[in-house]
Design a binder for this molecule. Sequence first.
Ligand SMILES: C[S@@+](CC[C@H](N)C(=O)[O-])C[C@H]1O[C@@H](n2cnc3c(N)ncnc32)[C@H](O)[C@@H]1O
Length: 276
Amino acid sequence: MEVNDRGYQLIKQELFRHLRTDSNAYKDSYLLRRIRARMRKLGISDFMDYYRLIRKNKEELDDLLLTVAINVTEFFRDPIVWKTLERKVLPELISFKKEHYSTTIRVWSAACSTGQEPYSIAMMFNEFLGDDIRRYKLSILATDIDREALNTAIRGAYPKEVVEKSVPKHLIRKYFLPMGDHYRVSPQLRRYVKFQHFNLLSNEYPKGFDMIFIRNVLIYMTKQAQEEVFRRLYDSLEDHGYLILGKTETILGSASRLFKLHDLVARIYVKKPEVV
Ligand SMILES: C[S@@+](CC[C@H](N)C(=O)[O-])C[C@H]1O[C@@H](n2cnc3c(N)ncnc32)[C@H](O)[C@@H]1O
């Protein structure tokens, strides 16, 4: 079994020493696939040979780190989710805010990759609230473990075809500025989003959110690591808070008692405040 291969185990240790995370948090099937892909590219077939290479060659180690923290994403990924948020969740959240005379809206995009998700959130709120957005203090915290992805996110400039593929034309006109063969997110939208480096396997989570997006990252983690993340996210959400997972993800094991399913298709959950 490849999982027991000494070379593979050493690669794993080295990888997680650099990611400063628990080496048991990611699924072996996922790690093996990513490591094998790098090895194939370099024409290496033995794990031990690849281990020796990453010990010597810092650049290769960095490349491996990036393939593990795979950051595929897009604007308005899974349109049905965004439609559900707009039709069902935002009206509820805004009525709640009005009832409670609250004007702050705090959202966390907890594995934001290169920034398309938090900028989509900012567009969604702007579109939904229109001029009323001025009455609210909207802040979107966007975090990821991958610093390179965060740098792209902070720049907020994307190749034109990336933007045109998934952002409707009228929103491009409104929220992007053309810049050669790129579009840059306008300062008007960028000011709502704050980017920060954050590892989901750490203990200290930020708190006080109305909504947390944790999409397409937990699939790479083991059941136990996922349960711990869900427990911490529970404390990070306000009592009325919403948790938005990726379209094929669910809450596993004992963590499922912490949240109630709010929309099955869009994988939106709400916090069950009564659970201790
Ligand atoms: C597939 S992307 C998801 C992006 C976006 N949420 C979406 O659904 O389109 C997964 C992201 O999770 C990040 N990630 C992986 N492990 C992480 C960890 N332990 N802490 C924080 N982010 C992590 C990766 O760097 C990557 O950018």
